[in-house]
Ligand binder design. Structure first.
Ligand code: F6R
Length: 608
Protein backbone atom coordinates (compact mmCIF):
# COMPACT_ATOMS: atom_id res chain seq x y z
CA UNK A 1 0.00 0.00 0.00
CA UNK A 2 1.27 3.43 -1.01
CA UNK A 3 3.91 3.74 -3.67
CA UNK A 4 7.30 5.32 -3.12
CA UNK A 5 9.67 6.47 -5.82
CA UNK A 6 12.96 8.35 -5.62
CA UNK A 7 15.46 9.47 -8.26
CA UNK A 8 18.91 10.98 -8.41
CA UNK A 9 20.53 11.57 -11.81
CA UNK A 10 20.51 13.81 -14.87
CA UNK A 11 17.05 13.09 -16.29
CA UNK A 12 14.14 15.45 -15.85
CA UNK A 13 12.99 14.85 -12.30
CA UNK A 14 9.34 15.58 -13.09
CA UNK A 15 9.04 12.96 -15.80
CA UNK A 16 10.99 10.29 -13.92
CA UNK A 17 8.97 10.71 -10.72
CA UNK A 18 5.64 10.89 -12.55
CA UNK A 19 6.39 7.84 -14.74
CA UNK A 20 7.36 5.89 -11.61
CA UNK A 21 4.20 6.96 -9.79
CA UNK A 22 2.00 5.91 -12.71
CA UNK A 23 3.60 2.48 -12.50
CA UNK A 24 2.85 2.32 -8.78
CA UNK A 25 -0.64 3.73 -8.94
CA UNK A 26 -2.11 0.28 -8.23
CA UNK A 27 -0.69 0.59 -4.67
CA UNK A 28 -2.86 3.56 -3.77
CA UNK A 29 -4.46 6.44 -5.58
CA UNK A 30 -6.24 8.83 -3.23
CA UNK A 31 -3.58 11.56 -3.25
CA UNK A 32 0.00 12.02 -4.37
CA UNK A 33 2.99 14.31 -4.17
CA UNK A 34 6.63 14.95 -5.01
CA UNK A 35 9.53 16.93 -3.55
CA UNK A 36 12.97 17.97 -4.72
CA UNK A 37 15.93 19.91 -3.37
CA UNK A 38 17.33 22.81 -5.38
CA UNK A 39 19.75 25.53 -4.26
CA UNK A 40 19.17 24.75 -0.60
CA UNK A 41 15.38 24.90 -0.87
CA UNK A 42 12.84 22.14 -0.41
CA UNK A 43 10.21 22.25 -3.12
CA UNK A 44 7.03 20.21 -2.49
CA UNK A 45 3.87 19.66 -4.59
CA UNK A 46 0.99 17.61 -3.16
CA UNK A 47 -2.57 17.07 -4.33
CA UNK A 48 -5.66 15.17 -3.35
CA UNK A 49 -7.17 12.76 -5.87
CA UNK A 50 -5.85 10.79 -8.81
CA UNK A 51 -2.32 11.09 -10.18
CA UNK A 52 -3.56 13.12 -13.13
CA UNK A 53 -4.06 16.03 -10.70
CA UNK A 54 -0.40 15.91 -9.75
CA UNK A 55 0.67 15.62 -13.37
CA UNK A 56 -1.32 18.74 -14.21
CA UNK A 57 0.16 20.59 -11.22
CA UNK A 58 3.68 19.70 -12.36
CA UNK A 59 2.93 20.71 -15.94
CA UNK A 60 2.02 24.18 -14.59
CA UNK A 61 4.87 24.40 -12.15
CA UNK A 62 7.60 21.79 -12.62
CA UNK A 63 10.09 20.82 -9.94
CA UNK A 64 13.70 21.85 -10.45
CA UNK A 65 16.81 19.90 -9.55
CA UNK A 66 18.22 16.42 -10.03
CA UNK A 67 17.08 14.70 -6.91
CA UNK A 68 13.55 13.99 -5.82
CA UNK A 69 11.05 11.71 -4.11
CA UNK A 70 7.41 10.93 -4.93
CA UNK A 71 4.48 9.13 -3.39
CA UNK A 72 1.04 7.83 -4.28
CA UNK A 73 -1.11 7.27 -1.22
CA UNK A 74 -3.65 4.83 0.19
CA UNK A 75 -4.85 6.65 3.30
CA UNK A 76 -4.46 5.05 6.71
CA UNK A 77 -4.16 8.01 9.12
CA UNK A 78 -5.96 11.11 7.96
CA UNK A 79 -8.39 11.43 5.09
CA UNK A 80 -7.16 11.95 1.53
CA UNK A 81 -6.30 15.66 1.27
CA UNK A 82 -3.52 17.96 0.07
CA UNK A 83 -2.16 18.29 3.61
CA UNK A 84 -2.19 14.57 4.33
CA UNK A 85 -0.55 13.64 1.03
CA UNK A 86 3.17 12.83 1.12
CA UNK A 87 5.92 14.06 1.09
CA UNK A 88 5.62 15.26 4.67
CA UNK A 89 8.04 17.89 5.94
CA UNK A 90 9.26 18.98 9.37
CA UNK A 91 8.90 22.47 10.87
CA UNK A 92 11.88 23.98 9.04
CA UNK A 93 11.19 22.61 5.56
CA UNK A 94 14.62 21.07 5.78
CA UNK A 95 13.55 17.41 5.62
CA UNK A 96 10.98 15.85 3.29
CA UNK A 97 10.01 12.20 3.34
CA UNK A 98 7.67 9.68 1.79
CA UNK A 99 6.48 6.69 3.79
CA UNK A 100 4.76 3.38 3.19
CA UNK A 101 3.41 1.56 6.25
CA UNK A 102 2.05 2.56 9.64
CA UNK A 103 3.78 4.12 12.64
CA UNK A 104 1.84 2.42 15.40
CA UNK A 105 3.19 4.57 18.25
CA UNK A 106 2.68 7.82 16.34
CA UNK A 107 0.25 9.22 18.90
CA UNK A 108 2.76 9.06 21.77
CA UNK A 109 5.51 10.45 19.55
CA UNK A 110 3.28 13.27 18.36
CA UNK A 111 2.38 14.22 21.95
CA UNK A 112 6.09 14.39 22.78
CA UNK A 113 6.85 16.49 19.71
CA UNK A 114 3.96 18.86 20.41
CA UNK A 115 5.34 19.44 23.91
CA UNK A 116 8.63 20.36 22.30
CA UNK A 117 6.77 22.96 20.20
CA UNK A 118 6.72 21.14 16.87
CA UNK A 119 4.00 22.38 14.61
CA UNK A 120 1.94 19.76 12.72
CA UNK A 121 0.25 20.39 9.41
CA UNK A 122 -1.34 16.98 8.74
CA UNK A 123 -3.22 14.19 10.51
CA UNK A 124 -0.81 11.55 9.29
CA UNK A 125 1.35 9.20 11.31
CA UNK A 126 4.08 9.93 8.74
CA UNK A 127 4.59 13.54 9.76
CA UNK A 128 6.05 12.48 13.13
CA UNK A 129 8.92 10.79 11.26
CA UNK A 130 9.75 14.02 9.42
CA UNK A 131 9.77 16.01 12.68
CA UNK A 132 11.87 13.43 14.49
CA UNK A 133 14.46 13.27 11.71
CA UNK A 134 14.62 17.05 11.68
CA UNK A 135 15.01 17.20 15.47
CA UNK A 136 17.71 14.53 15.41
CA UNK A 137 19.59 16.16 12.54
CA UNK A 138 23.06 17.37 13.38
CA UNK A 139 24.70 17.44 9.99
CA UNK A 140 24.43 13.73 9.20
CA UNK A 141 21.20 12.53 7.59
CA UNK A 142 22.13 8.86 7.89
CA UNK A 143 22.67 9.16 11.66
CA UNK A 144 19.47 11.11 12.22
CA UNK A 145 17.43 8.56 10.25
CA UNK A 146 18.92 5.68 12.21
CA UNK A 147 18.26 7.47 15.50
CA UNK A 148 14.69 8.17 14.43
CA UNK A 149 13.77 4.69 13.27
CA UNK A 150 14.94 3.29 16.61
CA UNK A 151 11.92 5.12 18.11
CA UNK A 152 9.34 3.88 15.62
CA UNK A 153 7.00 0.94 16.07
CA UNK A 154 5.05 -0.58 13.19
CA UNK A 155 6.10 -0.95 9.59
CA UNK A 156 7.75 1.58 7.40
CA UNK A 157 9.67 2.07 4.22
CA UNK A 158 10.89 5.65 3.89
CA UNK A 159 12.81 7.79 1.43
CA UNK A 160 14.19 11.04 2.84
CA UNK A 161 15.79 14.11 1.29
CA UNK A 162 17.39 17.03 3.13
CA UNK A 163 18.28 20.55 2.04
CA UNK A 164 21.65 20.34 3.83
CA UNK A 165 22.70 17.20 1.92
CA UNK A 166 21.34 17.81 -1.58
CA UNK A 167 23.36 15.02 -3.19
CA UNK A 168 21.62 12.05 -1.54
CA UNK A 169 18.43 10.19 -0.82
CA UNK A 170 18.46 8.17 2.39
CA UNK A 171 16.17 5.14 2.38
CA UNK A 172 15.28 2.76 5.20
CA UNK A 173 13.15 -0.36 5.23
CA UNK A 174 11.31 -2.08 8.05
CA UNK A 175 8.29 -4.19 7.13
CA UNK A 176 7.36 -2.52 3.83
CA UNK A 177 9.13 -3.23 0.54
CA UNK A 178 11.85 -1.07 -1.02
CA UNK A 179 13.83 -1.87 -4.14
CA UNK A 180 16.86 0.12 -5.28
CA UNK A 181 17.48 0.36 -9.03
CA UNK A 182 21.10 0.74 -10.12
CA UNK A 183 21.56 2.79 -13.28
CA UNK A 184 24.41 4.47 -15.14
CA UNK A 185 25.05 7.87 -13.56
CA UNK A 186 21.67 7.58 -11.91
CA UNK A 187 20.04 5.58 -9.14
CA UNK A 188 16.43 5.01 -8.20
CA UNK A 189 14.35 3.61 -5.41
CA UNK A 190 10.76 2.34 -5.48
CA UNK A 191 8.25 0.20 -3.64
CA UNK A 192 8.03 -2.16 -6.59
CA UNK A 193 9.96 -3.18 -9.67
CA UNK A 194 7.67 -1.75 -12.42
CA UNK A 195 8.62 1.79 -11.38
CA UNK A 196 12.28 1.04 -12.14
CA UNK A 197 11.97 -0.86 -15.40
CA UNK A 198 12.08 2.14 -17.74
CA UNK A 199 15.56 2.96 -16.42
CA UNK A 200 17.26 -0.22 -15.30
CA UNK A 201 16.85 -3.94 -14.78
CA UNK A 202 19.61 -4.15 -12.16
CA UNK A 203 18.08 -4.07 -8.72
CA UNK A 204 18.91 -4.57 -5.06
CA UNK A 205 16.12 -5.64 -2.73
CA UNK A 206 16.41 -4.15 0.74
CA UNK A 207 15.80 -6.21 3.87
CA UNK A 208 14.24 -5.09 7.13
CA UNK A 209 16.59 -3.03 9.26
CA UNK A 210 18.71 -1.81 6.34
CA UNK A 211 19.49 1.78 5.41
CA UNK A 212 20.68 2.91 1.98
CA UNK A 213 22.43 6.10 0.94
CA UNK A 214 21.79 6.76 -2.72
CA UNK A 215 23.95 9.16 -4.66
CA UNK A 216 24.20 9.72 -8.40
CA UNK A 217 27.15 7.36 -8.87
CA UNK A 218 26.97 5.08 -5.88
CA UNK A 219 24.66 3.39 -3.43
CA UNK A 220 25.84 2.19 -0.01
CA UNK A 221 23.99 0.08 2.51
CA UNK A 222 24.22 0.00 6.30
CA UNK A 223 22.73 -2.02 9.14
CA UNK A 224 20.93 -0.60 12.17
CA UNK A 225 24.24 0.00 13.94
CA UNK A 226 25.40 2.12 11.02
CA UNK A 227 27.94 -0.51 9.86
CA UNK A 228 28.42 -0.83 6.12
CA UNK A 229 27.04 -4.01 4.56
CA UNK A 230 27.48 -5.55 1.13
CA UNK A 231 24.44 -6.42 -0.93
CA UNK A 232 24.18 -8.36 -4.17
CA UNK A 233 22.45 -6.86 -7.17
CA UNK A 234 20.36 -9.01 -9.48
CA UNK A 235 19.01 -8.53 -12.96
CA UNK A 236 15.30 -8.95 -13.52
CA UNK A 237 13.82 -10.47 -16.63
CA UNK A 238 10.47 -8.66 -16.97
CA UNK A 239 10.10 -6.85 -20.27
CA UNK A 240 8.74 -3.30 -20.43
CA UNK A 241 5.85 -4.70 -22.54
CA UNK A 242 4.75 -6.96 -19.69
CA UNK A 243 3.76 -3.87 -17.74
CA UNK A 244 1.85 -2.17 -20.57
CA UNK A 245 -1.79 -2.67 -21.52
CA UNK A 246 -0.87 -3.58 -25.14
CA UNK A 247 -4.19 -2.53 -26.66
CA UNK A 248 -6.51 -3.72 -23.88
CA UNK A 249 -8.67 -1.05 -22.23
CA UNK A 250 -7.73 -2.31 -18.75
CA UNK A 251 -4.97 -4.31 -17.14
CA UNK A 252 -7.60 -6.62 -15.69
CA UNK A 253 -8.88 -7.61 -19.12
CA UNK A 254 -5.35 -8.03 -20.43
CA UNK A 255 -4.51 -10.26 -17.49
CA UNK A 256 -7.68 -12.35 -17.92
CA UNK A 257 -6.66 -12.94 -21.55
CA UNK A 258 -3.09 -13.82 -20.57
CA UNK A 259 -4.22 -16.82 -18.56
CA UNK A 260 -3.88 -19.53 -21.24
CA UNK A 261 -0.30 -18.38 -21.86
CA UNK A 262 0.49 -18.28 -18.15
CA UNK A 263 -0.71 -21.87 -17.79
CA UNK A 264 1.17 -22.94 -20.94
CA UNK A 265 4.39 -21.30 -19.69
CA UNK A 266 3.96 -23.06 -16.37
CA UNK A 267 3.39 -26.40 -18.08
CA UNK A 268 6.59 -25.89 -20.10
CA UNK A 269 8.55 -24.83 -17.03
CA UNK A 270 7.29 -27.28 -14.46
CA UNK A 271 6.30 -30.52 -16.15
CA UNK A 272 9.31 -32.41 -17.47
CA UNK A 273 8.07 -35.69 -18.90
CA UNK A 274 6.82 -37.59 -15.88
CA UNK A 275 8.69 -35.39 -13.41
CA UNK A 276 7.86 -32.04 -11.82
CA UNK A 277 10.30 -29.16 -11.62
CA UNK A 278 9.21 -26.53 -9.13
CA UNK A 279 12.19 -24.29 -9.82
CA UNK A 280 15.41 -23.29 -8.14
CA UNK A 281 13.79 -22.03 -4.95
CA UNK A 282 12.05 -25.27 -4.15
CA UNK A 283 14.28 -26.90 -1.59
CA UNK A 284 12.41 -29.69 0.20
CA UNK A 285 13.59 -33.26 -0.16
CA UNK A 286 11.12 -35.99 -1.21
CA UNK A 287 11.65 -37.63 2.21
CA UNK A 288 10.71 -34.47 4.12
CA UNK A 289 7.55 -34.11 2.10
CA UNK A 290 6.54 -37.73 2.28
CA UNK A 291 6.71 -37.51 6.08
CA UNK A 292 4.44 -34.48 6.48
CA UNK A 293 1.68 -34.99 9.02
CA UNK A 294 -0.57 -32.25 7.63
CA UNK A 295 -0.64 -28.99 5.72
CA UNK A 296 -1.79 -25.59 6.96
CA UNK A 297 -2.49 -23.04 4.25
CA UNK A 298 -2.79 -19.38 5.19
CA UNK A 299 -3.45 -16.50 2.81
CA UNK A 300 -5.71 -13.49 2.20
CA UNK A 301 -8.50 -12.67 -0.25
CA UNK A 302 -8.25 -14.29 -3.64
CA UNK A 303 -5.11 -16.16 -2.58
CA UNK A 304 -7.10 -17.62 0.32
CA UNK A 305 -9.70 -18.85 -2.18
CA UNK A 306 -6.94 -20.55 -4.16
CA UNK A 307 -5.69 -22.09 -0.92
CA UNK A 308 -9.17 -23.39 -0.19
CA UNK A 309 -9.15 -25.13 -3.57
CA UNK A 310 -5.74 -26.52 -2.58
CA UNK A 311 -7.30 -28.13 0.49
CA UNK A 312 -9.61 -30.18 -1.76
CA UNK A 313 -6.67 -31.16 -3.96
CA UNK A 314 -4.29 -32.18 -1.17
CA UNK A 315 -6.95 -34.19 0.61
CA UNK A 316 -8.27 -35.85 -2.53
CA UNK A 317 -5.03 -36.66 -4.34
CA UNK A 318 -2.44 -36.95 -1.59
CA UNK A 319 -4.80 -37.91 1.26
CA UNK A 320 -3.11 -35.39 3.50
CA UNK A 321 -5.12 -33.48 6.09
CA UNK A 322 -5.17 -29.80 5.18
CA UNK A 323 -6.29 -26.78 7.16
CA UNK A 324 -7.05 -23.49 5.46
CA UNK A 325 -7.09 -20.19 7.27
CA UNK A 326 -7.28 -16.49 6.53
CA UNK A 327 -3.92 -15.05 7.56
CA UNK A 328 -5.36 -12.26 9.72
CA UNK A 329 -7.10 -14.99 11.77
CA UNK A 330 -4.28 -17.51 11.66
CA UNK A 331 -1.71 -15.08 13.04
CA UNK A 332 -3.74 -14.32 16.17
CA UNK A 333 -5.41 -17.63 16.93
CA UNK A 334 -2.54 -19.60 18.48
CA UNK A 335 -2.90 -22.50 16.05
CA UNK A 336 -1.82 -26.01 16.98
CA UNK A 337 1.16 -26.92 14.87
CA UNK A 338 2.29 -30.23 16.36
CA UNK A 339 3.44 -33.21 14.32
CA UNK A 340 5.34 -32.50 11.10
CA UNK A 341 3.20 -29.88 9.38
CA UNK A 342 3.99 -27.78 6.36
CA UNK A 343 2.73 -24.19 6.48
CA UNK A 344 1.95 -22.73 3.08
CA UNK A 345 1.73 -19.00 2.39
CA UNK A 346 -0.01 -18.14 -0.87
CA UNK A 347 0.40 -14.64 -2.22
CA UNK A 348 0.64 -12.80 -5.50
CA UNK A 349 2.61 -9.84 -4.18
CA UNK A 350 4.71 -11.66 -1.61
CA UNK A 351 4.33 -8.58 0.61
CA UNK A 352 0.88 -8.97 2.22
CA UNK A 353 1.35 -7.96 5.86
CA UNK A 354 -0.96 -10.56 7.41
CA UNK A 355 0.36 -13.42 5.29
CA UNK A 356 3.91 -12.43 6.18
CA UNK A 357 3.01 -12.28 9.88
CA UNK A 358 1.40 -15.74 9.63
CA UNK A 359 4.56 -17.07 8.04
CA UNK A 360 6.70 -15.55 10.82
CA UNK A 361 4.42 -17.08 13.47
CA UNK A 362 5.01 -20.50 11.98
CA UNK A 363 8.74 -19.89 11.53
CA UNK A 364 9.07 -18.97 15.18
CA UNK A 365 7.79 -22.46 15.94
CA UNK A 366 10.34 -24.01 13.56
CA UNK A 367 7.68 -25.17 11.11
CA UNK A 368 8.63 -25.72 7.46
CA UNK A 369 7.34 -23.00 5.16
CA UNK A 370 6.49 -23.31 1.50
CA UNK A 371 5.23 -20.23 -0.25
CA UNK A 372 3.52 -19.79 -3.61
CA UNK A 373 4.53 -16.31 -4.73
CA UNK A 374 4.36 -14.34 -7.95
CA UNK A 375 6.87 -11.55 -7.29
CA UNK A 376 10.41 -12.89 -7.31
CA UNK A 377 12.57 -11.73 -4.44
CA UNK A 378 9.60 -10.43 -2.45
CA UNK A 379 9.72 -10.60 1.33
CA UNK A 380 7.60 -13.73 1.65
CA UNK A 381 9.67 -15.51 -1.00
CA UNK A 382 12.86 -14.59 0.80
CA UNK A 383 11.65 -15.59 4.24
CA UNK A 384 10.23 -18.98 3.21
CA UNK A 385 12.21 -22.21 3.35
CA UNK A 386 10.99 -23.02 -0.13
CA UNK A 387 9.12 -21.11 -2.82
CA UNK A 388 7.23 -22.13 -5.91
CA UNK A 389 6.89 -19.10 -8.16
CA UNK A 390 3.61 -18.50 -9.94
CA UNK A 391 5.43 -17.36 -13.10
CA UNK A 392 2.39 -15.33 -14.09
CA UNK A 393 4.32 -12.15 -15.01
CA UNK A 394 3.47 -8.82 -13.42
CA UNK A 395 -0.15 -8.53 -12.30
CA UNK A 396 -1.11 -4.87 -12.21
CA UNK A 397 -4.93 -4.81 -12.16
CA UNK A 398 -5.99 -4.55 -8.52
CA UNK A 399 -8.36 -7.51 -8.90
CA UNK A 400 -6.30 -10.66 -9.05
CA UNK A 401 -7.03 -12.94 -12.03
CA UNK A 402 -4.06 -14.65 -13.65
CA UNK A 403 -2.27 -15.03 -10.33
CA UNK A 404 -5.35 -16.88 -9.01
CA UNK A 405 -5.48 -19.44 -11.83
CA UNK A 406 -1.72 -19.88 -11.62
CA UNK A 407 -2.00 -20.47 -7.86
CA UNK A 408 -4.55 -23.24 -8.53
CA UNK A 409 -2.21 -24.69 -11.14
CA UNK A 410 0.74 -24.79 -8.70
CA UNK A 411 -1.44 -26.35 -5.99
CA UNK A 412 -2.66 -28.95 -8.45
CA UNK A 413 0.87 -29.86 -9.50
CA UNK A 414 2.19 -29.88 -5.96
CA UNK A 415 -0.67 -32.12 -4.82
CA UNK A 416 0.18 -34.54 -7.65
CA UNK A 417 3.82 -34.50 -6.55
CA UNK A 418 2.81 -35.27 -2.96
CA UNK A 419 0.51 -38.06 -4.13
CA UNK A 420 3.46 -39.55 -6.00
CA UNK A 421 5.67 -39.37 -2.90
CA UNK A 422 2.95 -40.79 -0.69
CA UNK A 423 1.88 -43.45 -3.21
CA UNK A 424 -1.72 -42.33 -3.07
CA UNK A 425 -1.88 -42.16 -6.87
CA UNK A 426 -0.03 -44.49 -9.19
CA UNK A 427 2.05 -43.48 -12.19
CA UNK A 428 -0.64 -44.09 -14.74
CA UNK A 429 -3.17 -42.02 -12.75
CA UNK A 430 -0.65 -39.19 -12.49
CA UNK A 431 0.18 -39.38 -16.18
CA UNK A 432 -3.49 -39.18 -17.04
CA UNK A 433 -3.82 -36.05 -14.92
CA UNK A 434 -0.78 -34.50 -16.56
CA UNK A 435 -2.38 -35.06 -19.94
CA UNK A 436 -5.51 -33.30 -18.70
CA UNK A 437 -3.44 -30.36 -17.47
CA UNK A 438 -1.77 -30.06 -20.86
CA UNK A 439 -5.18 -29.69 -22.50
CA UNK A 440 -6.03 -26.68 -20.32
CA UNK A 441 -4.64 -23.74 -22.38
CA UNK A 442 -6.69 -24.74 -25.43
CA UNK A 443 -9.84 -25.00 -23.33
CA UNK A 444 -9.12 -21.64 -21.68
CA UNK A 445 -8.77 -20.03 -25.11
CA UNK A 446 -12.08 -21.55 -26.16
CA UNK A 447 -13.76 -19.83 -23.21
CA UNK A 448 -12.12 -16.50 -23.98
CA UNK A 449 -13.36 -16.72 -27.57
CA UNK A 450 -16.90 -16.64 -26.18
CA UNK A 451 -16.35 -13.43 -24.21
CA UNK A 452 -19.19 -11.73 -26.11
CA UNK A 453 -21.68 -14.18 -24.56
CA UNK A 454 -20.60 -13.06 -21.11
CA UNK A 455 -20.77 -9.45 -22.20
CA UNK A 456 -24.39 -9.99 -23.27
CA UNK A 457 -25.20 -11.61 -19.92
CA UNK A 458 -23.55 -8.69 -18.14
CA UNK A 459 -25.83 -6.30 -20.03
CA UNK A 460 -28.86 -8.17 -18.73
CA UNK A 461 -27.69 -8.21 -15.14
CA UNK A 462 -25.81 -4.93 -14.84
CA UNK A 463 -28.53 -3.25 -12.77
CA UNK A 464 -29.13 -6.19 -10.41
CA UNK A 465 -28.40 -5.45 -6.80
CA UNK A 466 -27.61 -8.51 -4.67
CA UNK A 467 -25.89 -11.48 -6.25
CA UNK A 468 -25.38 -14.91 -4.80
CA UNK A 469 -22.71 -17.26 -6.08
CA UNK A 470 -23.13 -20.90 -5.20
CA UNK A 471 -21.06 -24.02 -5.76
CA UNK A 472 -20.25 -27.29 -4.11
CA UNK A 473 -17.07 -29.20 -3.40
CA UNK A 474 -13.99 -27.78 -5.07
CA UNK A 475 -16.14 -25.15 -6.77
CA UNK A 476 -17.42 -23.74 -3.51
CA UNK A 477 -14.24 -21.60 -3.15
CA UNK A 478 -14.58 -20.73 -6.86
CA UNK A 479 -18.03 -19.34 -6.02
CA UNK A 480 -16.48 -17.28 -3.21
CA UNK A 481 -13.95 -15.93 -5.68
CA UNK A 482 -16.66 -15.10 -8.24
CA UNK A 483 -18.52 -13.09 -5.59
CA UNK A 484 -15.35 -11.29 -4.49
CA UNK A 485 -14.46 -10.33 -8.07
CA UNK A 486 -17.90 -8.87 -8.66
CA UNK A 487 -18.14 -6.88 -5.45
CA UNK A 488 -14.63 -5.46 -5.46
CA UNK A 489 -14.74 -3.98 -8.94
CA UNK A 490 -18.44 -3.24 -9.50
CA UNK A 491 -19.37 -2.30 -5.88
CA UNK A 492 -22.46 -4.48 -6.27
CA UNK A 493 -23.15 -6.62 -3.24
CA UNK A 494 -22.36 -10.28 -3.85
CA UNK A 495 -21.90 -13.19 -1.54
CA UNK A 496 -20.66 -16.74 -2.03
CA UNK A 497 -22.18 -19.83 -0.40
CA UNK A 498 -21.81 -23.57 -0.51
CA UNK A 499 -25.00 -24.51 -2.36
CA UNK A 500 -25.97 -26.99 0.35
CA UNK A 501 -26.08 -24.18 2.92
CA UNK A 502 -28.77 -22.21 1.13
CA UNK A 503 -31.66 -23.76 3.02
CA UNK A 504 -29.98 -23.10 6.33
CA UNK A 505 -30.72 -19.42 6.05
CA UNK A 506 -29.57 -17.57 2.89
CA UNK A 507 -32.46 -18.82 0.74
CA UNK A 508 -34.66 -16.43 2.74
CA UNK A 509 -33.05 -13.67 0.67
CA UNK A 510 -34.31 -15.12 -2.60
CA UNK A 511 -37.35 -13.52 -4.17
CA UNK A 512 -38.57 -13.02 -7.73
CA UNK A 513 -35.68 -11.99 -9.96
CA UNK A 514 -32.88 -12.50 -7.40
CA UNK A 515 -29.68 -13.09 -9.40
CA UNK A 516 -27.82 -16.29 -8.51
CA UNK A 517 -24.71 -17.59 -10.25
CA UNK A 518 -24.59 -21.37 -9.90
CA UNK A 519 -21.57 -23.48 -10.77
CA UNK A 520 -23.03 -26.74 -12.04
CA UNK A 521 -20.36 -28.32 -14.19
CA UNK A 522 -20.25 -32.11 -14.56
CA UNK A 523 -18.86 -33.41 -11.25
CA UNK A 524 -19.49 -35.70 -8.31
CA UNK A 525 -21.89 -33.08 -6.91
CA UNK A 526 -23.65 -32.27 -10.18
CA UNK A 527 -27.01 -33.84 -9.22
CA UNK A 528 -26.97 -32.02 -5.89
CA UNK A 529 -26.38 -28.74 -7.70
CA UNK A 530 -29.32 -29.46 -10.00
CA UNK A 531 -31.59 -29.89 -6.96
CA UNK A 532 -30.31 -26.63 -5.48
CA UNK A 533 -30.97 -24.81 -8.75
CA UNK A 534 -34.50 -26.28 -8.85
CA UNK A 535 -35.11 -24.93 -5.35
CA UNK A 536 -34.03 -21.48 -6.48
CA UNK A 537 -36.11 -21.61 -9.65
CA UNK A 538 -39.18 -22.51 -7.57
CA UNK A 539 -38.63 -19.23 -5.76
CA UNK A 540 -38.34 -17.38 -9.09
CA UNK A 541 -34.62 -16.60 -8.85
CA UNK A 542 -32.79 -15.68 -12.09
CA UNK A 543 -30.13 -18.36 -12.20
CA UNK A 544 -27.02 -17.96 -14.33
CA UNK A 545 -25.47 -21.38 -14.67
CA UNK A 546 -21.88 -22.25 -15.48
CA UNK A 547 -22.25 -25.72 -17.00
CA UNK A 548 -20.37 -28.22 -19.10
CA UNK A 549 -20.63 -28.27 -22.91
CA UNK A 550 -23.19 -30.78 -24.12
CA UNK A 551 -25.30 -30.68 -20.95
CA UNK A 552 -28.90 -30.41 -22.15
CA UNK A 553 -30.57 -30.59 -18.73
CA UNK A 554 -28.92 -27.43 -17.48
CA UNK A 555 -30.26 -25.43 -20.42
CA UNK A 556 -33.80 -26.05 -19.16
CA UNK A 557 -32.94 -24.90 -15.67
CA UNK A 558 -30.86 -21.77 -16.00
CA UNK A 559 -32.15 -18.38 -17.09
CA UNK A 560 -28.74 -18.04 -18.74
CA UNK A 561 -26.14 -20.71 -19.26
CA UNK A 562 -22.46 -20.39 -20.04
CA UNK A 563 -20.77 -23.59 -21.13
CA UNK A 564 -17.16 -24.46 -20.41
CA UNK A 565 -15.36 -27.32 -22.15
CA UNK A 566 -15.51 -30.69 -20.47
CA UNK A 567 -12.80 -31.23 -17.87
CA UNK A 568 -12.16 -33.18 -14.68
CA UNK A 569 -13.73 -31.91 -11.48
CA UNK A 570 -10.46 -31.02 -9.77
CA UNK A 571 -9.26 -28.91 -12.69
CA UNK A 572 -12.57 -27.21 -13.29
CA UNK A 573 -11.95 -24.17 -10.98
CA UNK A 574 -9.35 -22.91 -13.47
CA UNK A 575 -11.89 -22.95 -16.30
CA UNK A 576 -14.90 -21.83 -14.26
CA UNK A 577 -12.99 -18.80 -12.96
CA UNK A 578 -12.63 -17.27 -16.41
CA UNK A 579 -16.35 -16.60 -17.12
CA UNK A 580 -16.72 -15.38 -13.53
CA UNK A 581 -13.85 -12.92 -13.97
CA UNK A 582 -15.26 -11.72 -17.31
CA UNK A 583 -18.74 -11.37 -15.84
CA UNK A 584 -17.45 -9.16 -13.01
CA UNK A 585 -15.32 -7.18 -15.44
CA UNK A 586 -18.11 -6.42 -17.91
CA UNK A 587 -20.65 -5.55 -15.22
CA UNK A 588 -18.13 -3.14 -13.70
CA UNK A 589 -17.35 -1.54 -17.08
CA UNK A 590 -21.07 -1.20 -17.90
CA UNK A 591 -21.54 0.54 -14.57
CA UNK A 592 -18.71 2.94 -15.36
CA UNK A 593 -16.37 1.69 -12.63
CA UNK A 594 -12.65 2.29 -12.60
CA UNK A 595 -11.87 -1.40 -13.01
CA UNK A 596 -8.11 -1.27 -12.44
CA UNK A 597 -8.38 1.07 -9.47
CA UNK A 598 -11.47 0.16 -7.46
CA UNK A 599 -12.29 2.53 -4.63
CA UNK A 600 -10.76 1.96 -1.18
CA UNK A 601 -8.49 -0.81 -2.45
CA UNK A 602 -4.84 -1.15 -3.26
CA UNK A 603 -3.03 -4.07 -4.80
CA UNK A 604 -0.33 -4.71 -2.29
CA UNK A 605 -1.72 -4.75 1.25
CA UNK A 606 1.35 -4.06 3.34
CA UNK A 607 -0.52 -2.93 6.45
CA UNK A 608 -2.55 -5.28 8.62
C1 F6R B 1 -8.72 -9.58 -4.88
C2 F6R B 1 -7.34 -9.48 -4.47
C3 F6R B 1 -7.02 -9.56 -3.03
C4 F6R B 1 -5.66 -10.26 -2.83
C5 F6R B 1 -5.26 -10.18 -1.35
C6 F6R B 1 -3.97 -10.92 -1.09
O1 F6R B 1 -8.85 -9.55 -6.26
O2 F6R B 1 -6.47 -9.31 -5.28
O3 F6R B 1 -8.02 -10.17 -2.32
O4 F6R B 1 -5.78 -11.59 -3.24
O5 F6R B 1 -5.10 -8.85 -0.98
O6 F6R B 1 -2.94 -10.41 -1.86
P1 F6R B 1 -1.66 -11.27 -2.17
O7 F6R B 1 -2.06 -12.40 -3.03
O8 F6R B 1 -0.73 -10.33 -2.85
O9 F6R B 1 -1.13 -11.74 -0.85
Amino acid sequence: MCGIVGYIGDKDINSVLMAGLWRLEYRGYDSSGVASVMDGDMDVRKVKGRLMNLQERLADKPLLGNIGIGHTRWATHGEPSDQNAHPQVGCKNQIALVHNGIVENYYTLKEELLKRKHFFKSNTDTEVIAHLIEENYNGNLKESVLKTVSRLEGSYAIAVICTEEPDKIVVYRYGSPLIVGIGKNENLVASDIPALLDHTKDIITMNDGELGIMQKNKVEFFNNEGKKITKEKRTIKWSAESIEKVGFPHYMLKEIHEQPKVIQDNIDLKIKGKEFNFGENFGFSPKELANLSHIIIQACGTSWHAGYIGKYLFEDFARIRTEIDISSEFRYRNPIMDGEPLVMAITQSGETADTLAGLREAKAKFIKILSLVNVRGSTIARESDSTIYLDAGPEIGVASTKAFTSQIFQLYLFSLYLSKLKWTLNDSEINKKIKEIKALPKKMNKILEKENQIQEMAKKFKDSKDFMFIGRGINYPTALEGALKLKEISYIHATGYPAGEMKHGPIALISEGSPVVAIATKSSVYDKMLSNIEELKSRKARVIVIGTEGDKIIKKLGSDVFYIPECTENLSPILVSIPLQLFAYHIAVLNGRDVDRPRNLAKSVTVE
